[in-house]
Write a protein that binds this ligand. Structure first.
Ligand code: SF4
Length: 369
């Protein structure tokens, strides 16, 4: 059934009655969400059973998810991979599909979406004996023969996160993935002298580029990574988690092994599955929380000071830094809105609020259990 059913003929003049707009809004919002879900389902269906197998993008992804895949643990939450809206991932896919062919056309022999196969020999860690091979499939974003041959991987980022990438170098998770493609291409006899990451801001299309030579050490690092993941598959529930958990990470919220990883009550969007229950566990988490809160407080003060020093200069390049501005917009003035409702004698909508949690140090205190 569609999100909005036909409601008969529209009035000949005067347009839609304003009182019908809330109904229309609800229907269109539902259609927008359902469109993402349907697109995700189609996208995943194209991948078929490959979804549950280790692929090149898993080399740098969540280590526990990779271990589940390698150990053939059946997904406990397959519907999360199929039925979530997966908006960020889909928007990234659409940008890849539309943009990469044009990017490739600007390069010599630029070829997009090349299927590749990485084969890694495995050895018994105790005896060093050869035990078999692990094959990892993948699809490169772009291969070009320019400058000795190279692989370019496009990574789309959330709005205005490009600044972090420009500063922090390539994320290790992205390095594993792209080195995997490059190693597979070399195994296939294709020259690869460099790898590159093209980070793109999904909000404005701005890009930041990182380039690295691709060496024998890079190849060895790829093989070691695969062997490490294969080793974790012996006890996948003990493999390190790569993300923070439901409600805190959209990767966990869409993970097909969410319940295997965080327990049978874990639900996407709900961080309560992370809650610990024993006194030592609570003490550990509370201490960590208090430590980080203190660090964040200090960092925020420094950030505010440097922010005040920057001020609002003209947009442009300042040394290695670029300053731009988003479009001006309007936001709800909550205080004025409350004032207006009060003046109008309208009831102000309220919702229940839990009392603040107060975590503080009490050195020397021992809990009475
Ligand atoms: S739920 Fe999160 S941490 Fe656990 S396997 Fe999935 S992605 Fe990794």
């Amino acid at each position: 059934m569609s999100a909005l059913e036909p409601q008969g003929m529209a009035p000949a003049t005067g347009g839609l009655p304003v009182e019908a707009i809330p109904v229309l809004r609800k229907g269109l919002e539902r259609a927008a969400a359902r469109a993402f879900k349907a697109a995700n389902r189609d996208n995943q269906a194209r991948r078929g059973d490959r979804m549950w197998k280790l692929s090149m993008s898993d080399l740098g992804g969540c280590t526990r998810e990779a271990a589940y895949k390698l150990a053939d643990v059946p997904p406990t939450d397959p519907e999360l991979a199929y039925d979530t809206e997966a908006r960020q991932a889909l928007i990234g896919t659409w940008i890849h599909e539309k943009y990469l062919p044009y990017f490739a056309a600007e390069l010599a022999d630029g070829e997009v979406e090349m299927p590749v196969k990485l084969t890694v020999p495995l050895f018994d860690p105790a005896t060093g004996e050869f035990t078999g091979t692990q094959v990892v499939d993948g699809t490169t974003d772009l291969y070009t023969s320019v400058m000795g041959g190279g692989v370019v991987d496009l990574k789309t980022l959330g709005a205005y996160l490009l600044g972090g990438v420009e500063h922090d170098d390539v994320r290790e998770e992205h390095r594993h993935q792209v080195r995997g493609y490059a190693t597979a291409l070399r195994q296939w006899g294709m020259p690869v002298a460099w790898v590159a990451w093209l980070y793109m801001d999904r909000a404005n299309g701005e890009v930041a580029l990182h380039i690295e030579p691709f060496t024998e050490d890079s190849e060895h690092a790829t093989e070691e990574r695969v062997r490490y993941l294969v080793g974790l598959a012996a006890a996948p529930d003990a493999a390190p988690r790569g993300h923070r958990g439901p409600g805190l990470s959209w990767v966990c919220d869409g993970c097909a092994w969410l319940k295997a990883c965080f327990g049978p009550d874990a639900e996407p969007g709900d961080s309560s599955a992370l809650q610990v229950h024993t006194a030592p566990e609570i003490a550990f988490a509370a201490e960590k929380y208090a430590e980080l809160r203190a660090q964040i407080g200090a960092l925020e003060k420094d950030r505010d000071m440097y922010g005040a020093m920057v001020g609002r200069p003209k947009p442009g390049d300042y040394g290695d830094m670029v300053i731009t501005y988003g479009r001006d917009s309007e936001q709800v003035d909550k205080e004025a809105a409350v004032e207006m409702l009060t003046l109008l004698g309208a009831e102000i909508p309220m919702r229940p609020r839990r009392g603040n949690r107060n975590i503080r140090y009490r050195p020397g205190h021992t809990s009475k259990e």
